[in-house]
Ligand binder design. Structure first.
Ligand SMILES: [Zn+2]
Length: 550
């Protein structure tokens, strides 16, 4: 009797224990065999909704339908450009902390313009040119991919791939196995840097020598009849750029005939074929490196750059952008079906986001009676020069400008016995007199005020004390300093900050949210899922509602 009772108690205890072990609620971490981070360069959130009816079932619709859609996901800093974007997605923080304050910026120490991924101490691998003199050395903190390398005792592999070097290098982080990018011009090869390796692996050499790339030297016409593309503007219009040698910007684009005048393989970047080529190479890397083949999590960081080149060239409302996204949808379907087959359905996790969004062509907006326009940089420069001369006795007090920030010469100001914050404020006030400039802020304000919302919050997150400038300029919404055709980005405005975030696969709950989430939230969300340390500069927080355990 007693022993029977004990047995019952024991059995119940065992059952509870077994149940506990079986309930996913108590898991500390999910370990997919592979994480695929996807950045779509210049993807606006509304490309999901605007082109929804044109997408198939197996690409964007599968990610949204089976995954988690953060509908109100934003960049929380400016400048919204590619280098800072990729760095922020993978570090879980902003330029204030990770230090990538632009694609290029004026370096206060050397007085030179520097490139975010440039590194003269390295040499190219797989190329005779300088395209491989790159590394992540200007990135000041760790990435989620670095933390995965540390957590797995370097057994989890990390590979970054993009047409753009910065789109491959910054996501892959400091401790990556490799990053690869594309050399256009007359070459058409995937290359790397001595930072990662001495020689390309055999699978990469094989890919290059296969000349698979040449299959894309073909006409670019719309995938479907152009009459079905009701979600974009007229095909031939004055808001689009033209390839050299074209008389108008309408489809079809005769790529082989335009080849030589437009930089050879370089032209592929400004067609959807650049994205297809990127996926071809990424799948070759997966196969060649055996990614996702064992229980130790690997990480493949892919960035699709052609969406950005096409957007800059033709504008966000163009038939070309629509066609590029319809084709990208098919490439996502190809990626998902390959992952199902090679890694296994339910064995991998994906996030998809963008490095920034973009503005409609201001000339088109203005023609549509919406406030928009172009800054008269020449006029502003002349008037501003006169002001500096009058106020400070010399124009030399301004050393340089980059990313809508002015860098002042502190030595000259000190020699003139002018207080630095006073000079910053005088210049900030003067600039407000110029048409198209909506707001200005000073570095002194960035140092002394803790902003919590709106444009100044966004500027402050992008402001790095050691690297950023003295005066921060914010143009009016939809006012830009670039040319009259195509779209651009870089501002603190919502059209540049609102991007998609789709999470999918192992450890991800099906659902959506309209609560605001921010780009630095992605890395801690993935770190929570993987049960690894947060990147060491993390300022974002995990999106708990997207996770299927905790
Ligand atoms: Zn861009």
């Amino acid at each position: 009797m007693i022993s029977a009772l004990l047995l019952t108690v024991y059995t119940q205890g065992q059952k509870r224990k077994n149940n506990r072990e079986e309930t996913p609620k108590e898991q500390l971490a999910i370990a997919p065999k592979l994480v695929v981070g996807i950045v779509v360069d210049q993807m606006r959130y509304d490309y999901l909704t605007r082109f929804w009816g044109q997408y198939g079932e197996d690409g964007f619709k599968r990610l949204v339908g089976e995954g988690f859609n953060a509908k109100n996901h934003h960049y929380n800093y400016a400048p919204t450009s590619t280098g800072p974007g990729h760095a922020s997605v993978y570090t879980g923080t902003t330029p204030a902390t990770h230090g990538i304050i632009g694609n290029n910026w004026f370096d206060k120490v050397t007085g030179q313009s520097v490139y975010c991924a440039g590194d003269d101490t390295q040499v190219s691998v797989g190329s005779d040119s300088d395209v491989g003199k790159m590394s992540p050395h200007r990135l000041l903190v760790t990435t989620i991919t670095d933390e995965l390398r540390l957590h797995t005792q370097k057994r989890g592999k990390v590979i970054g791939i993009a047409l753009k070097d910065r789109g491959a290098i910054l996501p892959a982080g400091h401790a990556a196995n490799a990053a690869y990018w594309f050399e256009g011009d007359a070459v058409g090869n995937w290359v790397s840097s001595s930072y990662y390796m001495e020689d390309l692996p055999q699978w990469a050499k094989d890919f290059n020598s296969s000349r698979q790339v040449d299959a894309y030297k073909k006409q670019w016409n719309t995938l479907r009849p152009i009459g079905n593309y009701a979600e974009s503007g007229m095909d031939a219009n004055t808001y689009e750029g033209k390839f050299k040698g074209e008389t108008n910007s309408a489809f079809p684009h005769e790529i082989p005939q335009l080849w030589d005048a437009n930089g050879g393989y370089e032209i592929l970047k400004t067609t959807p074929y650049g994205n297809s080529l990127t996926l071809d190479f990424a799948l070759a890397a997966m196969e060649g490196e055996g990614l996702g083949k064992d229980i130790i999590t690997d990480f493949l960081a892919i960035s699709f750059s052609s969406t950005d080149y096409v957007g800059h060239f033709f504008g966000v409302n163009s038939k070309e952008v629509q066609d590029t996204y319809i084709r990208l949808d098919l490439e996502l379907a190809r990626l998902l079906s390959t992952l199902d087959e090679k890694v296994g359905e339910g064995e991998y996790t994906i996030f998809l986001t963008a490095d920034h969004a973009a503005l409609d062509v201001p000339a088109y907006l203005a023609d549509s009676k919406i406030p928009a326009g172009y800054l008269d940089m020449k006029g502003i420069g002349e008037k501003f020069g006169e002001f500096l001369q009058y106020r400070f006795g010399t124009t030399d007090v301004v050393r340089s400008q980059s990313n809508s920030q002015l860098f002042l010469d502190h030595t000259i100001l000190t020699n003139l016995d002018i207080d630095i914050p006073e000079a910053q404020e005088a210049i900030a006030r003067e600039l407000l007199n110029y048409p198209g400039i909506g707001r200005t802020y000073t570095a002194h304000q960035m140092w002394t005020t803790d902003f919590s919302r709106g444009v100044p919050y966004i500027l402050q997150n992008g402001y790095n004390q050691k690297r950023s400038g003295d005066v921060l300029i914010v143009p009016d919404p939809a006012y830009v300093a670039s040319g009259r055709t195509g779209s651009t980005h870089g501002s603190a405005q919502i059209y540049d900050t609102h991007v998609p975030l789709l999470l999918f696969g192992k450890g991800i709950r099906q659902g959506s949210t309209v609560n605001r989430t921010e780009i630095p939230d992605i890395a801690p969300t993935m770190a929570s899922l993987l049960g690894i340390a947060f990147p060491n500069g993390t300022t974002g927080k995990p999106i708990g509602e997207a996770l299927d355990f905790n």
